[in-house]
Design a protein around this ligand. Structure first.
Ligand code: BGC
Length: 417
């Protein structure tokens, strides 16, 4: 039996509903609005109530894996006070997945925090490491005997840039050194959690889901080319390299010069690739803001360019680390099912050829199972394989692309058998 993981990915906050955390606080304080966004959470996709129905769909779609996250704010709503009922419910969910023959892939941190976190000890302070790893230890004690694949963090850079670079996510500051400090502390917490999990069972596989972007120079021009190199280094390479060099390092003239020792010591078993698009980059003569990024042919409802070849490039880049690779997110926001089907077909064609070529590629997860809350856009961007009717009790309906994905999986599973 082939054991390639065919799945879908979600994150707790985006689908569960009934949560209060740093994001709902921000919405209530009107901070998203002040920053030009207007997401409305309104109970996510109500997965907290409808999870059993949602899990039946996994089976129906021939999936053998499911990536999801645990909502820290639900588990530890008050510092050092854990909610047993929330923990019990996650146990039920995990047990149900296992009973359906679906491999659970758990993410411990997917952008959100309990309301008390940023004021007490934000990620820019080293004390955050202790606070997060204490929560992680609790999760490891509860779930490590049931789950083989653990993702410590989802997209540390994307989160840190949104929280401390352009101030779009809470706690909303603008300071590139804080971006780096936050990434540093997050990676430090990863080391601790890696050791924790390995001490429970050395076969547990621990990874990070990292965002990868293909950059292309907007003009055939030395400055644009140089900028592309820098952006590639920062977004795609810096963290990968830190694991082998034990140094988190990045230089950008006039903006940033950072170099810190970090004992990562190659402590990662697989890299998660979250891949969506390509961006074009233009260098501007403006020392405070020298970077312009844009999609040349925006095609999705997020305004993103569709560039399937980029997935192959990023798999190749990551494969050079000699670690396993899981495509932990790939998907499209659109209301045009033909476009979604085309997107899936093109990306799966690449997955198929890469699977044959590289043993290191161990899974693919479409983002996302359900239409859900998108961080700055709210419910208007529909990434799901299942349509959610927000005006009709969150009613679910399979989209045509879901069936296409299911039939691809069936075919590809026989190819690799
Ligand atoms: C994130 C998801 C998000 C998706 C689409 C990824 O960066 O991990 O939470 O919904 O992209 O924007």
């Amino acid at each position: 039996m082939n054991n390639f993981l065919w799945g879908v990915a979600t994150s707790a906050f985006q689908i569960e509903g009934n949560i209060s955390n740093d994001f709902t606080d921000w919405e209530q304080l009107g901070k998203f609005k002040n920053n030009g966004a207007d997401p409305r959470y309104e109970n996510g996709s109500n997965h907290w109530d409808l999870w059993e129905t949602d899990f039946e769909y996994l089976k129906e779609l021939n999936l053998n894996a499911y990536r999801f996250s645990i909502e820290w704010a639900r588990i530890e709503p008050v510092r050092n006070e854990y909610s047993q009922s929330a923990i019990d419910k996650y146990h039920q969910m995990i047990d149900k997945l296992i009973s359906l023959g679906i491999e659970p892939v758990i993410t411990l941190h997917h952008f959100t925090h309990p309301s008390w976190f940023h004021d007490l000890s934000p990620w820019t302070e080293s004390s955050s490491i202790e606070i997060f790893t204490k929560f992680a230890q609790k999760m490891v004690d509860e779930f490590a005997h049931k789950i083989k694949y653990w993702i410590t963090f989802n997209e540390p850079q994307v989160w840190a840039l949104a929280a401390y670079g352009d101030a779009k996510f809470p706690p909303g500051q603008k300071d590139l050194y804080k971006v780096m400090d936050a990434i540093y502390n997050i990676l430090y917490a990863h080391i601790r959690i890696y050791d924790m999990l390995k001490s429970v069972d050395n076969n547990i596989q621990v990874g990070i889901a990292k965002h990868f972007v293909v950059f292309k120079e907007a003009r055939r021009f030395f400055f644009d080319r140089n900028l592309v190199k820098k952006l590639h280094q920062f977004f795609n390479v810096m963290i990968l390299e830190a694991f082998s060099t034990d140094s988190l390092e990045f230089q950008f003239p006039f903006l940033l010069s950072y170099n810190s020792f970090i004992p990562l010591d190659n402590k990662i078993d697989f890299w998660g690739i979250n891949y969506y698009y390509r961006l074009h980059a233009k260098f501007k003569i403006n020392y405070k803001n020298p970077i312009e990024l844009f999609a040349k042919e925006p095609a999705t409802d997020m305004g993103w360019e569709i560039y399937p070849k980029g997935l192959k490039k990023m798999i190749k880049l990551v494969d050079a680390t000699n670690k396993n690779i899981m495509i932990t997110e790939n998907g499209i926001a659109t209301e045009d099912e033909k476009l979604r089907m085309n997107f899936i077909k093109k990306h799966l064609k690449i997955v198929k050829s890469q699977m044959k070529k590289r043993k290191s590629l161990i899974g693919f997860f479409y983002w996302s199972l359900l239409d859900n809350y998108e961080w700055l856009e709210g419910k208007s961007k529909r990434f799901g394989l299942i349509h959610v009717d927000y005006n009709n009790n969150f009613k679910r309906k399979l989209k045509p692309a879901a069936l296409l994905y299911a039939s691809f999986i069936k075919k590809l599973s026989t190819v690799t058998n």
